[in-house]
Write a new protein. Structure first.
Length: 223
C-alpha cells in the first residue's frame, strides 16, 4: 500500500472535497448543466470522495463520478442508472443494506466493502487527461492505505483496471506477463489485494446485456 499523509478517512475525505488541483475539472464540475428533472435540486459540484465500511475487505473502484450522479448528489454511484444497477447487485451479495442509492441521506450503508473512483471529479466526456489521473491518484491510493483489511479490489471498467494494475506494478506486486482487461479476469498479487475485473455498470453495458446482474454477482461472490 502507499504511504499516506492522512490520519483518517475523515481527514482524507475533507481534503478530497476541498481539492482544486485540476483547473479543467474544476471548471467542468462547477458548470456541467443539470437535467430538466434535476434543475431545481441542489447540486454538489465538488470532488466526490469514496464511502463505505472502514473494515472493508473489498475495495470497489470505477472511473469517476457521473454528471447527474455523484456530481449532483455528492456520493459516488448515487442517483443515476449505474447506481440503480450496481446497488441492486451489491444488496443481493450482502454488501449493502438496501438495493438503491439515491441521495446522501437515504440511509444506505455498505458492509464489508468500500466504494470509490480513480478520479474524484466528473471529467468532460468521461475522459480525464493523463495529468489529471496522476494528480488525483494520490486520493484513491490513500483511501486504500487507510483500509487495512482490504484483500480484494474490484475494478469497474478498463480505466480503473489500468490504474490499479499500474499501481500494483509500482508496488512490485504484479510479476506476470502483460495484463489484459476482460470481464471476470482475476489477478493474484504479491503483498497486494487480488484484482477482479468487471465491465462498468453503465447503461451502455447494462442496457445491451453486455453486463448482467448475474455476471456482476458471480464476481462479487468470489471476492
Amino acid at each position: 500500500m502507499s504511504d499516506t499523509t492522512y490520519s483518517s478517512l475523515q481527514v482524507l475525505q475533507q481534503a478530497i472535497v476541498s481539492c482544486r488541483l485540476c483547473p479543467r475539472l474544476v471548471a467542468w464540475r462547477e458548470s456541467v448543466p443539470a437535467k430538466p428533472a434535476n434543475k431545481d435540486a441542489p447540486h454538489w459540484r465538488r470532488p466526490v470522495p469514496g464511502f463505505g465500511d472502514p473494515s472493508a475487505h473489498l475495495f470497489i473502484t470505477g472511473l469517476a463520478p457521473s454528471a447527474q450522479g455523484g456530481n449532483r448528489t455528492g456520493r459516488i454511484f448515487t442517483g443515476d442508472k449505474s447506481a440503480d444497477f450496481l446497488f441492486s447487485v451489491l444488496y443481493k451479495a450482502g454488501f449493502a443494506n438496501q438495493p438503491r442509492s439515491v441521495a446522501k441521506d437515504d440511509g444506505l450503508c455498505l458492509k464489508g466493502c468500500y466504494l470509490t473512483a480513480c478520479v474524484k471529479c466528473v471529467p468532460p466526456q468521461n475522459k480525464p487527461t493523463h495529468q489529471e489521473c496522476v494528480s488525483c491518484s494520490q486520493y484513491w491510493k490513500a483511501e486504500l492505505s487507510l483500509l487495512p483489511h482490504v484483500s480484494s479490489i474490484l475494478v469497474l471498467g478498463k480505466f480503473a483496471f489500468d490504474a490499479v494494475i499500474s499501481y500494483a506494478k509500482e508496488k512490485k506486486a504484479y510479476i506476470g506477463g502483460r495484463p489484459s482487461f476482460s470481464h471476470g479476469a482475476i489477478y493474484k498479487m504479491i503483498g497486494f489485494p487480488t484484482i477482479y475485473a468487471s465491465y462498468h455498470p453503465s447503461p451502455q453495458n447494462t442496457n445491451t446485456g453486455r453486463l448482467t446482474e448475474k455476471m456482476l454477482l458471480d464476481i462479487l461472490m468470489l471476492t
